[in-house]
Design a protein around this ligand. Structure first.
Ligand code: UT7
Length: 338
């Protein structure tokens, strides 16, 4: 999907508030060193991760609700003003009701509708495109997009290939209409390719393999990743699509204030930035602190960099992600908050 360049519309969709929540418990690399055949040096040099968070009690909706409450508090906004809640997640509290319903109830958003969106590590990007399309059409005025995942519930802590990578977190943005065409969501290129299903998945519990003692004994309720295979396609996928987005919009690296990449592996991030000609100081990074939080990584970066005073109105940001499916894409956002 490529956004048509010539749509004449009244509104642009712009991010007008941000929020985040990370649990208190920190699992540093030493934690894994003590339990598995791994070490801090391997994890840092191969992934860029130093520590990640784990939510002891509660579920993804608790992470998401806390992030939305943080957003509402910082904006001084009442939950009843929210029109729509989109929760991007691969770790919903349960199959149904949707996590969006549970979040709606927890924050008391009495006038909202909403739904979950499943696109793994590209979930936030896909949800932002969805929210922007709604807002641009004029039908929705205040859309909350949350990226939230409690990865610790699907990670096998005996599998050193994957357990060191993931963490728990949530982060949210508010998307509103603006008549200022200089700011907001400008363009996107988004893709899916289901032939990637064998490299990264969780096979158990769905209609293909309903949970039984056998599926549990086989570990099908855990995330599986063929790291090497995903690494190759992730590097190419994220870099190619980010460069395509820049070319479509006649952007040079000078025009881009920040690359905001999904935080799966520092080496994938560096390769993407290199292909785009973007220097390291213009790449948002927090993988060292949180690891891969799946749908939460991109809004978490936006929230932290904005709150640290590193983002200013008019900054062009390229958001890029790659994840299970495969799903991947890039989007161009001109920051609209002072
Ligand atoms: O977010 C969704 C998309 N996901 C991604 O983008 C992740 C993509 N993949 C990756 O980030 C990397 O492939 C990993 C970080 C998962 C692995 O890094 P790698 O450099 O590709 O390592 P590898 O899988 O090729 O393994 C190299 C060696 C292997 O040992 P042998 O076979 O060479 O003896 C692994 O068994 O490293 C071993 N290894 C470990 N050693 C110490 C794997 N995990 C660990 C570990 N500690 N935790």
């Amino acid at each position: 999907m490529e956004r048509p360049k010539s749509i004449d519309r009244k509104y642009n969709a712009v991010i007008t508030a941000v929020g985040m929540y990370v649990p208190d418990e920190i699992l540093d690399n030493k934690y894994f060193e003590e339990r598995l055949d791994t070490n801090d040096e391997w994890i840092r040099t191969r992934t860029g991760i130093r520590e990640r968070r784990r939510l002891k009690e509660g579920a993804t909706s608790d992470l998401a609700a806390a992030a939305v409450k943080d957003l509402l508090d910082s904006k001084g906004m009442d939950a009843n003003e929210i029109d729509t809640i989109i929760v991007a997640t691969v770790t919903p509290d349960m199959f149904f009701p949707s996590t969006a319903c549970l979040v709606q109830n927890k924050i008391g958003a009495n006038n909202a509708w909403g739904f979950d969106l499943s696109a793994a590590c590209s979930g936030f990007l896909f949800a932002l495109e969805t929210a922007a399309s709604m807002v641009e059409s004029g039908t929705q005025k205040k859309v909350i997009v949350v990226g939230a995942d409690k990865m610790s519930t699907i990670v096998n802590y005996d599998d050193r290939n994957s357990c060191i990578l993931f963490g728990d977190a949530a982060s949210a943005v508010l998307v509103e209409p603006t008549e200022d065409k200089n700011i907001g969501w400008k363009d996107s290129v988004l893709k899916i390719d289901g032939s990637g299903k064998d490299s990264l998945h969780m096979l158990g519990g769905g209609s293909l393999n309903p949970s039984t003692c056998e599926t549990v004994a086989q570990g099908l309720h855990f995330l599986y990743q063929d790291g090497k295979a995903v690494f190759k396609v992730a590097v190419k996928g994220m870099a190619d699509i980010s460069v395509e987005l820049m070319e479509r919009n006649n952007l040079t690296s000078e025009d881009v204030a920040y690359l905001v990449p999904h935080q799966a592996n520092l080496r994938i991030i560096d390769a993407t930035a290199n292909r785009m000609g973007i220097s390291g100081d213009k790449v948002m990074i927090n993988i060292d602190k949180y690891g891969n939080t799946t749908a939460a990584t991109i809004p978490l970066c936006l929230t932290e960099y904005y709150r640290a005073g590193k983002l200013k109105k008019g900054d062009n940001l390229v958001l890029a992600a790659f994840g299970a499916g495969f799903t991947w894409g890039a989007g161009l956002l001109t920051w609209g908050m002072d």
